[in-house]
Design a protein around this ligand. Sequence first.
Ligand code: SF4
Length: 358
Amino acid sequence: MSDASQTKLAVWAAGLLPGELAGALGLRPAFRGKQVFKWIAKGASSFSEMSDLPAPDRERLSGLPLYSSSVDEALTGADDSVKLKIRLRDGAAVESVLLTDAEGRMTACLSTQVGCPMACAFCKTGALGFLRDLGPDEIVEQYFHLSAIRGRPSNIVFMGMGEPLANIDALRKSIAVLTHPDGLGVSRRKITISTCGVVPGIRELADNGPHVRLAVSLTAATDDLRSALMPVNRSWNLAALKEALLYYQEKTGDRITLEAAIMGGQNSSVESAAAMAEWIRPLNAQVNVIPWNPVPGLPYHEPSRAEASAFEAELERRGVNAVRRARRGRGVSGACGQLGDTLGASLLAEEDEEDEEE
Ligand code: SF4
């Protein structure tokens, strides 16, 4: 088999459903695909391990790599969070984070793009720019790499590098693989898609799923301030966002999580909280108040504890359920808005080296 065909098969395997695997791997009959799917979900590292496949098939597939990505670096923080730098098939890299809460519940924070095109002013990933979308295999493999650390995380948040709803086909496919009952079987209610407010994507989720939890980065509830902090607001302003969220709630009946990353002196005032409470009023939503995590080179500073408390109290006083998010992951720069620091200046670091060799 040529190198090209080997690469193609390796790219597909972890991102394929049982019904697709048999055809992609040339296996007959079709139930062989389900066997391979189960092995991958169990963490097999090669086709040779798949003992219920016929020996000739195992032999034929033995040279194929099962995964298209590998772990380059693992950093562990004082709060037990782990950040992985994952090298992709083309030399690009992404980061994924494992967060463990006080009850020992593990959450995998997965990336959907290399870099991000949305350019939120307070985000390290946004400052890196955008290289490309991830494929479903590259998204699912992040979960496998994180599972190899302390076992399978029960929760998944698509809150890593990139805007999930700007890569909705790969996102949808990866969720189908992650939740499939013959494989990992992750509960849909334990999966959260976090968007910066891509309105067509929210409507698409409302109409066609997948039906998982939705979180939206709101950050500010006046158009001027939100547009300054989040360029997405110039494409879909607060009125368009609210209309889409009301539509989403009408279709799904779900409560939505709104995220408010607050930066001292920017959007952390009591007036900002009051505007947010007014904007939220018709929605069934909880606000996660996230004191901004420092990112070297960005012109913001953390809010004081007093500012964050006053912001939260104003939301509550106006009848909004507000929760202060613990700053987990911060020790490894794996907290919200901090992803990307292991990647250096280039999202495709190895390409430069290869170019020099040529
Ligand atoms: S906050 Fe999210 S959507 Fe905004 S630039 Fe960062 S990764 Fe992209």
